[in-house]
Design a protein around this ligand. Structure first.
Ligand code: ADP
Ligand code: MG
Length: 338
């Protein structure tokens, strides 16, 4: 497998009135050989455009794209050694599953017996052993997506690109396919770049996540880093539920920090380096808060609703500073009223 590197990539489209649409704005990153990296961000932030430039379907307005050591910025798609899996499976409806998968190999004029063997091996890899003679229309959505994946993998590309491949599947199937894609990618050892707006999908699949907004990269990190150490309010909120309170820094101790929210003082664990000269907001994740009887050094609040979700309970709490959600393992809390 090989690396993929983008250096200062921008893409500007022309709108109907001739105005500039800056879809991708000075994006640089590198995917290591065999790594699974996800571009994550809201709709319209430039994920698909970035992927299409790597595939060669769009030419960058500025910047350079490298696959391995080679500069492919202006190389046509079919010379890039890349395969892509789309949301709409893109199977040929009149061809059997086997012929769909064999298509790329036939184009390469591979020997018939060899094709047969390779198709059957790849179908086994994606969990569709013996499906060669079925028409695609007889398969479920999840199975059709597996055929699309098999068709992408069979030509042994160096890089695999995915554009929201699971968006058309129902929730259960989506969860199952996430795990499957991850297993297959690691087994084959291929370099993978995946696009989604779904943070759970990104967390499940990725070695690293690239969070994008408005054509720009907001942060690059492991799932743990972007969740636990977000560098902006945007990344913090995009990765999961969080409430923000502006705080005043009162005193910095070795592993604690004294802050004031609207004049009320609290002592917190020091999770990051804190400078006296900067302004801070306190971000509270639901699982980082807990409910207790009122006391000194607590934020007081009233539980508005408890939502029971089996393994945990979500409590919506109106505090003196604003609303927060508190997540408690079911059975742990007795449900204090305040
Ligand atoms: P995402 O995949 O993150 O939803 P896209 O890359 O599809 O975002 O789009 C990014 C921005 O570029 C959007 O504002 C979109 O409308 C615009 N865009 C994408 N393709 C074109 C195009 N061919 N012509 C004009 N604008 C485009
Ligand atoms: Mg898209």
């Amino acid at each position: 497998s090989v690396s993929v590197t983008l250096k200062n990539i921008s893409k500007v489209f022309k709108g109907f009135e001739g105005q500039d649409i800056r879809a991708v704005d000075d994006v640089s990153f590198s995917v290591k050989p065999g790594e699974f990296v996800t571009l994550l961000g809201p709709s319209g932030c430039g994920k698909t455009t970035t992927l299409r430039m790597i595939a060669g379907f769009e030419t960058p307005t500025k910047g350079k794209i490298m696959i391995g050591e080679g500069d492919v910025t202006f190389t046509p798609p079919w010379k890039r050694d890349i395969a892509m899996v789309f949301q709409s499976y893109g199977l040929f409806p009149h061809m059997s599953v086997g012929n769909n998968v064999a298509y790329g190999l036939k184009m390469r004029k591979m020997d018939r017996e060899k094709i047969k063997k390779q198709v059957s091996e790849i179908l086994e890899l994606v969990g569709l052993k013996g499906f060669e003679h079925r028409p695609p229309s007889s398969l479920s959505g999840g199975q059709q997506q597996r055929v699309a994946l098999a068709r992408a993998l069979v030509v042994e590309p160096s890089v695999l690109l995915f554009d929201e491949p699971l968006s058309n599947l129902d929730v259960l199937l989506r969860e199952q396919m996430r795990v499957e894609i991850r297993r297959i990618q690691k087994q084959v050892g291929i370099t993978a770049l995946y696009v989604t707006h779904d943070r759970t999908e990104a967390m499940t699949l990725s070695d690293r996540i690239i969070v994008m907004n408005s054509g720009k990269i907001m942060q690059i990190g492991t799932p743990n880093e972007v969740y636990e150490k977000p560098e902006s309010k945007f990344v913090a909120s995009f990765m999961g539920k969080i409430a923000f309170f502006p705080v005043e820094i009162k005193a910095i101790m070795e592993d604690r920090v004294k802050v004031a929210i609207k004049g009320k003082e609290l002592v917190l664990n020091k999770e990051i380096e804190i400078s006296e000269n900067l302004k801070y907001v306190l971000g509270c994740r639901p699982e980082g808060l807990y409910l207790e009887a009122p006391g000194k050094g607590h934020i007081e609040g009233k539980v508005l609703t408890n939502v029971y979700l089996g393994n945990y309970v979500e409590s919506y709490v109106k505090t003196e500073f604003g609303e927060v959600m508190v997540k408690t393992e079911a059975g742990v809390s007795d449900g204090f009223e305040e």
